[in-house]
Every structure is written in structure tokens, then in C-alpha cells.
Design a binder for this molecule. Sequence first.
Ligand code: FAD
Length: 493
Amino acid sequence: MAGRPVKRVVIAGGGTAGWCVAAMLAKAVGPLVTITLVESDDIGTVGVGESTIPTARRFHDLLGIEEREFVRATQASFKLGISFENWTRDGESYFHSFGTVGRRTWVADFQHMWLEARAMGVAGDIAEYSLETQAALAMKFAAGGDAGLNYAYHLDATAYGQFLRRFAQPLGVERIEGKIRSVKLDPESGDIAALAMEDGSPVEGDLFIDCTGFRGLLIEQALHTGYEDWTHWLGTDRALAVQTEATGPARPYTRAMAHQAGWQWQIPLQHRVGNGLVYASNHLSDDAALALLTQRLDGAMLTDPRLIRYVSGTRRKSWNRNCVAIGLSSGFVEPLESTSIHLIMIAVTRLAQLFPFDGVNDALRDRYNDLSRRELEAIRDFIVLHYHLNNRQGERFWDACRTMDIPESLAARIALFRDSATAYQANDELFRVDSWVQVMLGQGLVPQGRHGLGRMIGKERLAGSLNGLADGIRNHVARLPEHQQFLDRFASV
Ligand code: FAD
């Protein structure tokens, strides 16, 4: 049964989640509803979350945001993927790019042919067949159709929130600054009726979006929705974040460097570099983590290192009663593949598509929760994969990751790839075959079998085709400008 028609939307929280939601709802459903966003300057935002994936470009297209304006306002740089360093063992690295790898046929994906060619001794490294990887490693970049690169951004999280606020407010979003003291429930229905502000004033609404971050003020503290803890699969639970000066040209990629009990990020922006150490607190103390981070920084620190605690997992329902949790309030799968902002953008796009104009009803809510759940579980599996397939022998954290029980869904994917080199992207999943292949091979999973297409093509033709591909990519990359040079020009014109 439907609740009352939704005419008033209240967004609690003004971090990246709150302002993404405000911008999209104002654009998509704004004329029919009022939108109010409540945020507290005293509480502030989590202040991290600066590496994105290409969803950000599609999201901006939907909103009609001009790329140059966005890049300037958020001190953004361009991102072609992630360099995973030391994940198999110290000194080894691989690249997970946003692009395609090689060329697939309707019969078989590229990795089957590549594996055959490798067995015949006529293939180079798999990375030679990815344009984005080669451009990234050569520090080259250009945006636009001719360049042919699939890319995302590194952005300043605080500046991004302000940028989206400047976009959303002229579309009619009302902003209230102040602390929410409590959440008032309707005594009859149990739905949320209003937020009570510290000054005593109420903010009433029909639909509430909880963007209050890890605290989940509405979805958890008021509605007690429950949290599913995934720490047994994703064992890191803390991060130390610090900003540093840049020491050289901005790399067009994020670095994710494994260490004894987690990994370190490096995210280059125009005006600084974002750094962080992600770790498992039962394997590394905060003091040892701080020492490790400071010892591994390239540039001088611009801020004091900040400790952030989290529990990887998911809220049992993202949408409960008349409250939809978006952002960290809905759960958090650690930041290894920069998926959180993507999940925010997809969540609010989905909400716009399933918007309960005529009142919240079970069918809409179930559909939303089902889609969100499936997407998140596939992302979780993809991230667990990086930890599980490591070869960092003799380090307690990594030994435990290698030997832990993994989700059945992931075990099945690994077995499929190990036996037959087959990878797949199920409906609505974020990561494509190219992503699964790059990471599985990168983490050292060598398939035992493969499709016979490569054998049918034969050694000579296979070698010719792979050489042609790699040459084409090399020539293309040679014509691209340096990323830093492109960025300077793009941001200044
Ligand atoms: P927050 O930023 O915490 O915002 C919460 C808002 O709620 C604030 O405006 C606050 O003022 C308001 N609020 C809270 N309580 C009250 C109250 N009582 N009254 C009024 N207002 C209140 N994501 C990526 O996509 N890429 C990354 O590289 C990445 N790296 C990350 C690294 C780490 C270590 C962590 C922890 C997260 C990372 N994320 C990343 C996730 C990303 O930071 C978040 O998804 C994103 O910032 C959204 O946060 P949020 O808006 O949900 O919460």
C-alpha cells in the first residue's frame, strides 16, 4: 500500500552524497517537489573520496554540467585507471584501466586469444593491448572523441560539494545550516515525520534522504535498520588521510600500493596530492600506521594526518520506510576501487527513476533495494578478489586474506576463470569483463584452459594481429600530449 504522495523531500547531510542527491533530484523531479538540504558546518564532512570512475562523467552529462567548469572548480585531474603496486609481491605491479583490453570477437573475449598467443610465444604483456594503460604509464592524456580514452577524475572533495551546491541551489534547493538534534517518527505509521533542529525548529517532509555519513542518523539511529558487517572479507577498518605538496607532474591515474597490513593511496590533483594509508587495526597499530605513512610520502605535508574508522559492510536495507540512505550512511565497501561516489550517483539516478510521486510503496522500495544490493555485492566480490589472490607470503594480514573463506559468488567466478579463462559481467554489474580479466591476471591467476579460437586462428595470424594492435596503441599514445600539459591548458582557457 502506498503512503502519502511525496511533495517534500528532505536531505539530511551535505557531503558529496547530500549535494549529489540535491543536484540530481532538483534536476529530475524538482518542479514537482520541494527539496530541503540540512547540513552542519560544525560537524563537517568525511573530507576524503577524491578518486572517481567514469560514472562521474555520465552523471555530469545527465545534469548538464560543463566539464571545463567542473575541472577548474574542483582542481580536478584526469584518471585513466589504478596502478596496483606490490599486491602480488613487493616490486610487482599491474594496471586496472577503464578501457578495453585488446579486441573481442563474438565467439570469445580477447584474453582467450592472448593466452593462446602467449603459449605460442608470440604475445607481449597484456597491458600492451590497452590504450588507457599505455597512455597512463606514459603520463599522456587528452579528452575528447579523437583521443578515444575512457577516463574519470581525481577531484577535491570539499570543492566538489561546494560546486554541486552552486549548481543545486539555483534549481530551488533550500539549504538549512544547523545541527539535527533528533528525528521525529510518526507515532501511527512509524515513518519519519520531521527532523528536529537544535534550535527547536522542525524540518518536515514526506521522503527523507539520509546522507549523514557513517553515523546514519535517520536510517540507523532512528529506524534501526541494521548493518551487515563484511569485515571477515574486507579486513581493513581504518585510514589515515593527509594532503601533500605535489613533487612532479600529476599522474593520470590513482596509485594503490600494498603494504604489510593494507594499502596506501596517492591521488594527484592540480594543487596538491591526496594520500592515505588504509589498514587493518588488528594487524597494525595507529602509531605504526602513522610512521609507515609519513615514511612513504613523497611531498611535504599540507595537513595533519586524520584518522578515519569504518566497518566495511552494508545497511540491511538502503530504503527503509520513507527513508533512503545514500552515501556512507548506506554502507561502505572500502575505497580500493573508488566505487563509493559511483554508488552515490547510481543510487540517486535510480531513485529519480523510481521516484515515489504517489507515495512510498513496498514494490518500489523492494525493487530499489534489490537492485542496490545486487550491485553492491558484485563490487564487494571484485574488491575481495584483490585481497584474496595475493602472493605476499609470510605477512599475517595477507596470509589471512589468502586463506579466508570468500563469498560463494566470487569463488565461482575464480573457478570459472582458472579452469577456462572465462569472465563475465552480469546484468547491472559495474565491472566489465575487461576489469575482471585485468585484475585476475594482474593478481597472478593463470587460467589452465581457454577457448580454442586462438588455435583456429593460428600462430602467424595471431602474432600479426597482436603486433598490429600493440603498434596501433603505441602510435596513438605517441601523438597524445603530456597529461600535465593538457591539464594546464584545459583548466586555464
Ligand atoms: P559525509 O561526507 O560524512 O557527510 C555527512 C554530512 O552529514 C555532512 O554534511 C555533515 O555535516 C552532515 N551531518 C551529520 N550529522 C549531522 C547532524 N546531526 N546535523 C546536521 N548535519 C549532519 N569514495 C570514492 O568514490 N573514491 C575514493 O577515493 C574514496 N576514498 C575514500 C577513502 C576513505 C578512507 C573513506 C572513509 C571513504 C572514501 N570514499 C571514497 C567514500 C567517500 O568519501 C564518500 O562516499 C563520500 O565522501 C560521501 O560521503 P557522505 O556524503 O556520505 O558523508
